[in-house]
Write a protein of this length. Structure first.
Ligand SMILES: Cc1cc2nc3c(=O)[nH]c(=O)nc-3n(C[C@H](O)[C@H](O)[C@H](O)COP(=O)(O)OP(=O)(O)OC[C@H]3O[C@@H](n4cnc5c(N)ncnc54)[C@H](O)[C@@H]3O)c2cc1C
Length: 397
């Protein structure tokens, strides 16, 4: 490269970096404003009544947030997948329940985006991005969660289509989703290699919805069970190839671990913001409680965890964007963030003292919401299994 073309290349890439930074800041500002005006004011009410608010989700679609990271071909804005993380962090700051609804929608949409054929993508993604359909991800069953290989739901190839029988449990968006990605065994004798994934429309004959779960947290999200009774679907609804379902589920969960960690960061930021404000206002022994080292140390630990979580998510996201293997990093990130979020929300209650124990203040809700992070998309123990196995593989050096 000649000197002048090198300079031109440098200034061009500088311009591109600046534009990306600007786009990133603008996006953050927009989603922050949206969250503070349209989501946060309703979170306590959703929690108190255990009600899912479809209007909020519809607005998120109408403003183009949910579809922004999908290809322009299907109506998206073609932004980087990293924008899903910014979005979930900001939304979770205002309402972890709404963030979980969006997270579950991403689970289904990303699975179709990554593994669907052109016909499936243009049919389902276009509708989803336009806000005309909400998506769900159906993996867990009443008796099977962590041990995915033991799934009981069966999809029998009956020529021209599949006959599905079985049940799913704990499915987010179960009764509000228009489309559900369902995992079932097409060859039960092959264990994980016999699992396949299907796109199921809500109005399919043989699909029934159970009662909604009365949850301890994330009460503004919609969770429940699904029953499939001789549910016939055409062969065109198979996602990818028969037997690829386990790999698809695991790849989708890797990305989802980044998503749920971004939600944890949003929850931690909320707990920290409330704690700082309270520490600067509440008086004891003639001083603001923030003047006491005991309270400052709690705040300091919260800040440390938030900073560490930010560094970890940035690293894992970079690997994901570069299409490097990031299964272990995603597991470490989520294991760290779920512990950090539990500790941070718990310490926020401590800073609030008795008031922290009351529903009148926000912090007890944050702790209840945070517990889901320890369970959903890989429990704390399952994540450590992944990390521990990888550690052993690296051997003694
Ligand atoms: C609010 C909410 C929303 C959810 N949304 C969805 C959704 O949209 N789609 C979906 O498919 N699922 C969803 N889930 C289900 C969730 O993914 C499962 O609950 C989770 O995977 C754990 O499965 P399980 O509940 O069956 O627990 P189990 O697998 O039965 O585990 C019970 C306990 O045993 C531990 N354990 C299991 N195996 C081991 C082991 N080998 N070593 C050590 N400990 C072990 C677990 O860590 C856990 O502590 C949701 C759950 C909740 C609470």
């Amino acid at each position: 490269m000649k000197n002048d073309s090198r300079a031109a290349f440098r200034s061009n890439s500088k311009r591109k970096t600046k534009m990306a930074l600007y786009q990133n800041r603008l996006f953050r500002k927009l989603i922050q404003e949206f969250t503070m005006n349209e989501i946060a004011p309703y979170d306590a009410q959703m929690d108190a009544t255990g009600t899912f608010d479809r209007e909020i989700i519809d607005k998120l679609f109408r403003h183009g947030f949910i579809g922004c990271s999908f290809s322009r071909e299907y109506g998206g804005a073609g932004l980087d997948k990293i924008y899903e993380l910014y979005m979930l962090e900001e939304i979770a700051f205002g309402s972890a329940s709404v963030a979980l609804t969006v997270d579950a929608t991403f689970l289904g949409m990303n699975c179709i985006n990554k593994f669907g054929n052109e016909t499936q993508k243009s049919k389902y993604l276009t509708k989803a991005i336009a806000g005309k359909s909400l998506t769900a991800f159906g993996l867990t069953e009443p008796s099977v969660g962590s041990d995915v290989a033991a799934l009981h739901t069966v999809a029998k190839n009956v020529g021209g289509g599949y006959l599905i029988n079985g049940q799913k449990a704990w499915i987010t968006n179960y009764s509000v989703a228009d489309v559900i990605v369902v995992f079932a065994k097409t060859a039960p004798e092959l264990d994980v290699k016999g699992i396949s994934a299907f796109i199921v429309d809500k109005d399919t004959k043989g699909l029934y919805m159970g009662d909604e779960e009365d949850k301890m947290g994330m009460r503004g999200s919609n969770t429940g069970s699904l029953l499939f009774q001789d549910m016939w679907i055409p062969k065109e609804q198979l996602l990818g190839e028969e037997g690829m379902g386990f790999k698809m589920a695991m790849a989708t969960l890797d990305a989802a671990r980044l998503h749920i960690s971004a939600m944890g960061i949003g929850l931690m930021r909320h707990a920290l913001t409330e704690s700082r404000t309270y520490a600067n206002a509440r008086k004891a022994f003639g001083k603001n409680i923030g003047a006491f080292q005991g309270i400052q140390f709690l705040l300091a630990d919260m800040e440390i965890r938030l900073y560490a979580a930010r560094c970890m998510i940035e690293d894992a996201a970079k690997r994901a964007v570069k299409a490097e293997d990031y299964t272990e990093q995603a597991a470490m990130l989520k294991a760290f963030v779920s512990d950090a979020t539990m500790k941070t929300t718990n310490e926020a209650i401590q800073i609030f003292g008795g008031n922290g124990y009351s529903k009148e203040y926000h912090v007890e809700r944050l702790l209840r919401d945070a517990k889901l992070l320890d369970i959903g998309e890989g429990t704390a123990q399952v994540l450590r299994m992944i990390i521990g196995r990888n550690s052993l593989k690296r051997g003694g050096r």
